[in-house]
Design a protein around this ligand. Structure first.
Ligand SMILES: C[S@@+](CC[C@H](N)C(=O)[O-])C[C@H]1O[C@@H](n2cnc3c(N)ncnc32)[C@H](O)[C@@H]1O
Length: 299
C-alpha cells in the first residue's frame, strides 16, 4: 500500500483523537477492504481510507459502536448479513445519469435496434441487460431509446433486465422517481414523453411513465456470484463498474458476460474500461467502448 491509513499518520504526528471520535486504524481499513473485496470484487486502494471512515461512521453511530474493530465483528458474525448489505451500500459509488455516454444509445438506436425490432416482430425473444444499473437512469435510457423506435415494444417478448448489488439503489430505480435536476440534461421531448409529475410530491419530482417501467425488471444481483439467469442477451450494458475491480475479477466477469451473449450481441462498457483476458478473443471492438460478439472462426 502506498499511502498510510489515518491512525498511523496521526500517531506519528503525536495526534490524539478527542474522546468519542471514531478512528479507523490501518488494520481496520485492511480488514474492511478484504471483506468488501471478497463480497463484491471491489478493490479499495489505501488512499480511500478517509472515504471508508467517513462513509461508515454513520453506520457505527446507528449501531452505537465506537470502534471500527467492533464493526468488523458485527459484519463477519453469522447474524451480520443485513449490516454487511448496509456496508456495501455505503461503500459503493452509484454515480450515474440519463443517457450517460450518449454514443452508446446512438449506436443502440442506429446499429442494433433495427435488427432486434425485426426479431421481436418475428416473435423472437429479445433480452437486454443493464448489469450495474445503480438508481435506474441507464436501463430507463435504454427503455426510452427502444420505445422511441418501437412504441409497442411491450406487446412483444422484449425485456430489459436491470441489476445492481446495492439494494438501496435497486429500490430507488424501481420507484423511478427523479428530481427535476436529474432530468436537467434530458432533451425536452424525452422528459415530456417519458415522465409525469410524481403524485403527492411537492418538490416537483417526476416519475417514469408506466410504458417504460413495464419494460424493465429490477433485481438485486452481485456480479461476482452465480447468476440466476442463463440468457442469452442480445445487448449488455456493463458500464463503470469493473473500474472498481481488480484485474482477475475483471477478466472473469468479461468471460462470464461473453458467455451469456448471443452471437453478434453488443456489449457497452465504461469510458475508462476495456475488455481484457480470455474474452478478448470473442469480443471484437467496434467503436468507442463498444464490442460485438464474434461469430464464426476465431483468430
Ligand atoms: C458508478 S455506478 C455505474 C452505473 C451505470 N452503469 C452507469 O454507468 O452510469 C457503479 C454501480 O456498480 C454497482 N456494483 C459495484 N459492485 C458490484 C457488484 N459486485 N455486483 C453488482 N453491482 C455492483 C454499484 O452498486 C453501483 O451502483
Amino acid at each position: 500500500m502506498s499511502a498510510p491509513a489515518p491512525q498511523s499518520a496521526a500517531r506519528r504526528s503525536g495526534y490524539r483523537p478527542p474522546a468519542g471520535e471514531l478512528v479507523l486504524t490501518q488494520s481496520d481499513f485492511e480488514r474492511i477492504s478484504k471483506i468488501l473485496h471478497a463480497e463484491t470484487g471491489i478493490a479499495l486502494p489505501a488512499s480511500k481510507s478517509q472515504l471508508v471512515s467517513s462513509r461508515l461512521a454513520k453506520r457505527l453511530r446507528a449501531l452505537g459502536l465506537t470502534k471500527f474493530q467492533d464493526y468488523c465483528h458485527v459484519i463477519t458474525a453469522p447474524s451480520g448479513a443485513a449490516e454487511l448489505g448496509h456496508m456495501i451500500a455505503a461503500l459503493t459509488t452509484n454515480v450515474t445519469r440519463f443517457y450517460r455516454e450518449m454514443h452508446h444509445f446512438d449506436d443502440l438506436k442506429t446499429n442494433v435496434l433495427p435488427k432486434l425490432i425485426e426479431d421481436a416482430k418475428a416473435r423472437k425473444r429479445v433480452r437486454i441487460w443493464s448489469a450495474a444499473c445503480s438508481s435506474g437512469e441507464e436501463p430507463y435510457s435504454i427503455a426510452f431509446t427502444l420505445l422511441s423506435q418501437m412504441p409497442d415494444a411491450a406487446s412483444y417478448d422484449v425485456k430489459i433486465l436491470a441489476t445492481d448489488i446495492d439494494p438501496v439503489v435497486v429500490e430507488r430505480a424501481k420507484a423511478g422517481i427523479y428530481s427535476p435536476a436529474d432530468l436537467e440534461d434530458l432533451p425536452e421531448g424525452i422528459s415530456r414523453r417519458f415522465f409525469s409529475p410524481a403524485p403527492g410530491n411537492a418538490a416537483g419530482a417526476l416519475v417514469v411513465n408506466e410504458d417504460a417501467k413495464r419494460l424493465v425488471t429490477f433485481k438485486q444481483l452481485n456480479l461476482i456470484r452465480p447468476w440466476p439467469m442463463s440468457g442469452p442477451f442480445q445487448v449488455v450494458f456493463c458500464r463503470n463498474v469493473v473500474i472498481y475491480f481488480d484485474e482477475p475479477t475483471k477478466q472473469e466477469l468479461w468471460t462470464r458476460i461473453e458467455q451469456i451473449l448471443s452471437p453478434d450481441a453488443s456489449l457497452y462498457i465504461g469510458h475508462s474500461e476495456r475488455v481484457s483476458g480470455a474474452a478478448e478473443r470473442y469480443l471484437a471492438p467496434d467503436g468507442v467502448t463498444t464490442y460485438r460478439k464474434r461469430t464464426g472462426a476465431y483468430p
